[in-house]
Structures are given as structure tokens and as C-alpha cells.
Design a protein around this ligand. Structure first.
Ligand SMILES: [Zn+2]
Length: 425
């Protein structure tokens, strides 16, 4: 834990407090931070403000938990041409750009990100932790696991260029290719060895993989069980890219905790997700942006075509899952550049528009549930006594106007673990 704030007390006063649990907001509230921890909160008068406290008057604006994007990729890419760009650009350039993206995420109020696959995030995590660069807390999968001819096996490249262990050219989105139970166990251990906070697997084909389709099942149930078993042994969880109904069900039965995308989730998948308390991260933002700017940004034709095909059915199926009570968390799948980091609150708006969530429910998805989805439900995500002080101050009331969260200029203050990283108050 950081020592820079030891003995320091900060009191936010005159605040509308949205605590991230879904409880009604506290008007004229006080939030007390001691060191890097939330010490108390409540209405004015119910919280005793110590004499030594530094008082911050938020002037009737909103105090809420820092936002969380639980599925994204810090890649430093700047185009949608994910075939050419990684091959012609040196790896160091991607790192430099990703440092700028981290700053944009902080400015936009994101205090934690779940990186679902990228060696950039895996390595920059240490630079953020040691305080060399400014950024959200990074929870990184690092090297995602894919079968041969899987979503993470870039089909357009020679196979020996794709696996991190054999490639001669480092690119931001490298992974581990493994087939069969033994190779899957070994790849999981390798990902852990490289520093993975959780294990990411590709349990189905996808939109942006050339020769497969979202409906294709990838990895067998036995392979998934082996990966989950290795992850559990090291106290980690598994997060699955799963789009087709068979891949989704295999992943849930196999024991994964988080399902990303969930395009073709069916009734059986929905029941399983509820039964196993699985979190679904639909990542509507990337589909939205691909259809808006994908063509101009150089996305290959086959990717655009598949994206158009799945657009409506994706929303319909996730809506059914949401109505049935499946937990939904925010994740954009943004990679940077045209899929810009800093605009990640778009997913909150998508939940209101496409799923019919209330603004409060969408905020809970971006805080409490997203915290669970990155494995930190007991430490962050709500303004609760004893949790880490990850806090933002938002201009006005986002419950009345959710667009307030989408513009960085409305994020007046950002605090991560008790430390103020941005303030325009
Ligand atoms: Zn992703």
C-alpha cells in the first residue's frame, strides 16, 4: 500500500453521493477519506469531520466510485488495421502511445481497467504501480490462450509468428496457442509466469478473426476445465471471450467467472450464468464504434460484415439475459486510436439505450459489478467503509443526464487509493 497519504484525512462535503450499491443517492453528503481508505460517509451532521481534515467542497456536484472498464485492451494501436499496424510499427511505439491512453483514462474518471489481453498492459502495470507513470489500476490478463485456428490465432499470419513463445516480432496482441489438455495446462502456467492477474481464453470464434465465426466452439470442455483448474490452483479466475451458444455454455460449465460478448447466449446459457453467478460483459461499445468508423479506420471487410450480421441479435440476446437477472458489467473492448480510450463511459450509455437499464443500474454495472468482474469486489467498486478510496467527482447529476459521464471535462476530480490524480475543483 502507498505511504504517501499516511495520516492524511480528506473530507468531501456538500456532495451528492452515489455509492455504487444502487442505494438512493445521499444528498448534502459527507465522505471521509483516511490515508487511502474510505473512513465514513453519510448526510451532513451524521459524519464527524476531524479538525485536521483537508475539506474539499464539491459544491453540490456528485461523488461516486471511480469508473471501471472490465474488458478492454491497452494496445497503443491507432488504426483499425490490426493486420498491418502491429507488423510495421516497433513495439516501443505502442508502449509510448499506451502511456498517453492511460492518462486519458484517468482524466475520464477510470480508476481501474481490466485488460483482457495485451503485453503492453501486462508490463505497464508495473510502471503504474511504482508511480513512474500515471494511470488507472491495471488488472491484466497478459497473454490470452487460444487454440490453433482460434480467435487469438491470427489466421492471416504464419503460425510461428502468433505465439509469444516462438515469435520473432513482438506485437501488442500476442497470445499463447495451445491444443489439448496438457498444452492448455502449460500455457496457463506460462501466462501466470509472465504475470497474469487472471486468465483470458478464447472459447469461441469471433468477429475480428478472419477464418472463423462467432458461432464456432473453440477449446473443448476438457481443455477449459484444465485451464480453470490451473487458474484456481494459483487463486486466479478465468475470463472467456465467448460469442456462440456452445462456447458460452462450455465456458460456464467449465468454471469461468466472466463471459465477454455473449452474442448468441441462449436460454440454457442464461440459466447456467445465473446458477453459477457468472458476469456477462457484452462490450456493445466496440460494435457501435466499428459500425461508425471501422471502414474509414481500415478494418478488414470480413470483420465489418460479421459485425453488421451480429449487431441486432447481440442486443436482443443480452437484453434477454439482463431481464432474466444475469449480472452485467461494463467493458468496451476498446484498443485505443479510433476506438479511443477516454471514451469508455460510452458503455454506460449503451446499457441504458440498448438494455433499458436505469441510469443508477448502469452506474452499478460500471462500478460494483465491474469491480467483481476484475476480481476486486471486496476492495473497490462501492463507497463503503474500509474500501480503497477510488473516487470521482462529476459535474451535476449523472442520474438525470448520463452524458455528463462521457466527457472528461465533467470529471472534476479523480482520486485513486486516496491520491488525487486530477482536480479542477
Ligand atoms: Zn476483447
Amino acid at each position: 500500500m502507498s505511504s504517501h497519504n499516511e495520516g492524511k484525512v480528506i473530507a468531501f462535503i456538500n456532495a451528492r453521493i452515489i455509492d455504487g450499491t444502487g442505494a438512493p443517492p445521499i444528498e448534502n453528503g459527507v465522505l471521509l477519506i483516511k490515508d487511502n481508505i474510505i473512513a465514513d460517509l453519510g448526510t451532513r451532521g451524521s459524519v464527524e469531520i476531524p479538525k485536521e481534515a483537508k475539506v474539499i467542497d464539491v459544491k453540490g456536484n456528485t461523488v461516486m466510485p471511480g469508473l471501471i472498464d472490465a474488458h478492454m485492451h491497452l494496445t497503443g494501436m491507432r488504426t483499425g488495421d490490426f493486420i498491418k499496424e502491429p507488423l510495421i510499427t516497433p513495439i516501443g511505439v505502442f508502449f509510448a502511445r499506451a502511456i498517453v491512453d492511460l492518462k486519458a483514462l484517468i482524466n475520464a474518471g477510470f480508476t481501474t481497467i481490466g485488460d483482457a489481453g495485451s503485453i503492453i498492459a501486462l508490463h505497464l502495470k508495473y510502471a503504474v504501480l511504482e508511480g513512474t507513470i500515471v494511470g488507472p489500476r491495471i488488472i491484466a490478463a497478459g497473454l490470452p490462450l487460444s487454440q490453433t485456428f482460434g480467435h487469438g490465432d491470427a489466421h492471416y499470419l504464419p503460425v510461428e509468428w502468433v505465439d509469444y513463445r516462438t515469435t520473432k516480432k513482438l506485437t501488442p496482441l500476442m497470445g499463447l496457442i495451445c491444443d489439448g489438455v496438457d498444452e492448455c495446462r502449460k500455457a496457463t502456467r506460462y501466462a501466470l509466469r509472465e504475470g497474469a492477474d487472471y486468465i483470458k481464453i478464447m472459447a469461441s470464434g469471433g468477429v475480428l478473426s478472419e477464418k472463423d465465426r462467432p458461432e464456432y466452439r473453440q477449446f473443448t470442455l476438457d481443455e477449459i476445465k484444465a485451464i480453470v483448474d490451473e487458474a484456481r490452483a494459483a487463486r486466479r479466475f478465468v475470463h472467456a471471450h465467448a460469442q456462440g451458444s456452445e462456447g458460452i455454455k462450455n465456458a460456464i460449465i467449465g468454471g469461468v467467472k466472466v463471459i465477454a460478448h455473449g452474442i448468441f447466449i441462449d436460454e440454457e446459457g442464461i440459466e447456467l450464468a445465473k446458477e453459477k453467478d457468472v458476469i456477462l460483459i457484452p462490450t456493445f461499445s466496440i460494435t457501435e464504434r466499428i459500425l461508425e468508423v471501422g471502414e474509414k479506420a481500415g478494418l478488414p471487410e470480413w470483420g465489418l460484415r460479421k459485425c453488421e450480421e451480429i449487431y441486432k441479435i447481440h442486443i436482443e440476446n443480452v437484453r434477454r439475459a439482463y431481464k432474466a437477472g444475469v449480472k452485467i458489467a461494463t467493458g468496451t473492448d476498446f484498443i485505443g486510436g479510433v476506438f479511443r480510450h477516454g471514451e469508455n463511459a460510452l458503455e454506460i450509455k449503451m446499457f441504458i439505450r440498448k438494455l433499458g437499464m436505469s441510469p443508477m443500474e448502469a452506474i452499478v454495472s460500471a462500478t460494483k459489478i465491474a469491480a467483481e468482474a476484475v476480481g476486486l469486489g471486496d476492495k473497490i467498486g462501492t463507497l463503503t467503509k474500509g474500501k480503497l478510496a477510488d473516487i470521482i467527482v462529476v459535474k451535476g447529476n449523472p442520474l438525470n443526464d448520463i452524458d455528463l459521464l462521457l466527457k472528461a471535462e465533467n470529471i472534476l476530480l479523480v482520486m485513486k487509493e486516496g491520491r488525487i490524480l486530477k482536480s479542477n475543483l
